[in-house]
Design a protein around this ligand. Structure first.
Ligand SMILES: CC(=O)SCCNC(=O)CCNC(=O)[C@H](O)C(C)(C)COP(=O)(O)OP(=O)(O)OC[C@H]1O[C@@H](n2cnc3c(N)ncnc32)[C@H](O)[C@@H]1OP(=O)(O)O
Length: 541
């Protein structure tokens, strides 16, 4: 009952990392020296950890919350010396700058005694900054009655000791480490006495994930795991290994005793045990944790806290700041919208036009450069032969497309002729848009990045869709064969490479109104950015 109000009031003080140190019954009111105590691993502690992270996801999702377990110790684990926990202060990856407590003081005269005592206590346990300060929180505790009140009394609490194990294993993708991951990791640390093995999905196992191109690189995910685990329980031996199949070391490591699973991955845990038996190894104890519910999930997102929901929320937001373009006027602000064939890029461009942008369709401009009498017309016929000319002297683009799509060399011969001509037309259209008073231009260009046109735009926005879905759409829309659709896609950059260069990513995989909401979000955020940049430019003049 205290968790939510305490987190709410702590979130007003903390900007980045909130470490949670547990000390049941901590009394700071005596004026004497207070020392940390060992806490036995109880089932109750698992509930507390899970509630802490679930409340934190609701209340202070911007904070990196970490529950520290250095002073949790099973009876079987050997004690090092007689000094109790924190014989020397523990170094955390972010040294605490302020220590907070919700210890209730009796009267205001007591506060300086309590804060002094608290600072000494914090300094004994952790290496803190020399300017460590302390803050007394006054959480607004809700009046409670009935069922909730009973819960405070411990109804349903598990005061039984938790069975712990020497070697524990878990597996997962661990993309954008969130509260549900932290619950899983923290509880696993609680269960493990000696070694904790973490399998991290990579390569093949990521193939079918939603928005897989937005998954953090393996090294970054591992780095975040190490950083978190070293803070939580530095005494454990951590082994982080890449998983290229669903089992990894869980089916071959004879020393493992327990695997931590969720309701969703329980079947996977059972499969691990079948394989272990086949391999002549003892079965693992399956410890199941509850999935954390995501109070803010949208209709296309999962009900549980999940990385795919977090990735979905990134759509339309600024993923990386645009590189400065000192030679490009800020008026109008130019968005280069690109994406593979069938990615739904044109529907996004149309929506942006509806919101007030000037839309420049480069496929359309590309067609204009083939008109008889233009400077590209003769060059293209010379390069590709007279069989691309229709009876009425126009260029048959379908025939030309057949010659270039799927043949990098021939496509390059064509684009070397037409891209400079199309770029001239784009610049002309941007100028016209400015004259019409448009503040934003959207350059809808299928191969903007391949053409090196980033010098023409302030930001790159990428429309993305999984390749299989793109093939389906192209076949349906253009009535071409599947292999032709694939050939067209292969002549463009893959999604992952496009996204690497993107400032903003949009995905049209779901219903049209979901895309519209993403576009609106991206547009609104863009308006803020434009305003800010213009203010900065004005103030620097
Ligand atoms: C930098 C830019 O993005 S400019 C715009 C793209 N245009 C070019 O690169 C010029 C070269 N391409 C062309 O001239 C024409 O596409 C042709 C002649 C090859 C074929 O013309 P058409 O049969 O009328 O096809 P169309 O121009 O509609 O293009 C078909 C698809 O191929 C894509 N495409 C066009 N050019 C290229 C290219 N150079 N590389 C890969 N894909 C391309 C189009 O964007 C379109 O994708 P969509 O499914 O998302 O609409």
């Amino acid at each position: 009952l205290r968790i939510a109000p305490v987190l709410t009031s702590a979130a007003q003080v903390v900007e980045r990392t909130l470490y949670v140190h547990l000390h049941p019954g901590l009394n700071l009111g005596t004026g004497g020296q207070v020392r940390p105590v060992y806490i036995p691993p109880l089932g109750d502690l698992c509930t507390l950890i899970s509630r802490l992270y679930s409340n934190a996801a609701d209340i202070c999702a911007h904070l990196d919350v970490r529950v520290l377990l250095t002073n949790v110790r099973g009876q079987l684990a050997p004690l090092s010396g007689n000094n109790g926990p924190f014989a020397t202060p523990q170094t955390l990856s972010h040294s605490p700058e302020v220590v907070l407590t919700d210890f209730p003081i009796q009267d205001s005269g007591q506060s300086s005694l309590v804060t002094q005592c608290l600072q000494k206590y914090a300094g004994h346990c952790y290496v803190c900054t020399s300017s460590l300060s302390s803050v007394l929180l006054y959480p607004r505790l809700k009046e409670v009655s009935g069922e909730e009140d009973d819960d405070r009394g411990g109804r349903g609490a598990q005061l039984n000791p938790l069975e712990t194990f020497s070697d524990v294993v878990v597996g997962g993708t661990f993309d954008r480490l969130h509260g549900a991951h932290k619950t899983l990791l923290n509880i696993s640390c609680l269960l493990a006495n000696r070694r904790f093995v973490i399998g991290v999905c990579d390569q093949e196992l990521l193939k079918n994930k939603v928005l897989k191109e937005l998954i953090e690189p393996y090294d970054r995910r591992v780095q975040k795991l190490q950083d978190f685990l070293n803070d939580v329980k530095p005494s454990l031996k951590y082994e982080i290994v890449p998983l290229s199949d669903p089992f990894g070391p869980s089916i071959t490591d004879p020393e493992l005793q327990c695997i931590v699973v969720s309701e969703e991955t329980r079947k996977g845990g059972e499969a691990v045990n079948r394989k272990r038996v086949e391999n002549g190894l003892a079965e693992l104890v399956l410890y199941e944790i509850q999935l954390l519910k995501d109070a803010h999930h949208a209709d296309i997102e999962e009900e549980k806290i999940s990385s795919s929901s977090l990735r979905t929320r990134l759509l339309g937001t600024l993923l990386k700041p645009p590189s400065p373009q000192p030679d490009l006027s800020l008026d109008p602000y130019v968005i280069g919208l690109t994406g593979g064939s069938g990615s739904g890029k044109s529907s996004i461009a149309l929506r942006l036009e509806g919101l007030g942008a000037a839309r420049i369709d480069c496929d359309q401009l590309g067609h204009e450069v083939y008109l008889p009498g233009t400077s590209a017309y003769q060059k293209v016929i010379q390069e590709f032969g007279p069989d691309i000319v229709n009876e009425d002297k126009t260029i048959n683009r379908r025939v030309l497309g057949g010659k270039v799509f799927g043949n990098q060399e021939r496509l390059k011969a064509l684009t070397d002729i037409v891209w400079p001509e199309i770029a001239l037309l784009v610049k002309k259209r941007i100028k016209q848009a400015k004259e019409q008073g448009k503040r934003v231009c959207v350059v809808d260009a299928a191969v903007l990045l391949e053409a090196g046109w980033t010098y023409l735009v302030h930001e790159v926005w990428v429309a993305t869709i999984p390749e299989e879905e793109a093939v389906k759409r192209i076949v349906q829309r253009d009535g071409v064969k599947e292999e032709d659709a694939l050939r067209r896609l292969k002549s463009q950059w893959p999604n992952a490479k496009l996204i690497e260069h993107a400032n903003v990513v949009l995905c049209t995989l779901w219903e049209p109104d979901v895309t519209q909401r993403q576009v609106l979000k991206a547009w609104n955020l863009l308006q803020h950015r434009i305003q800010k940049r213009q203010e900065t430019t004005r103030s620097s003049l």
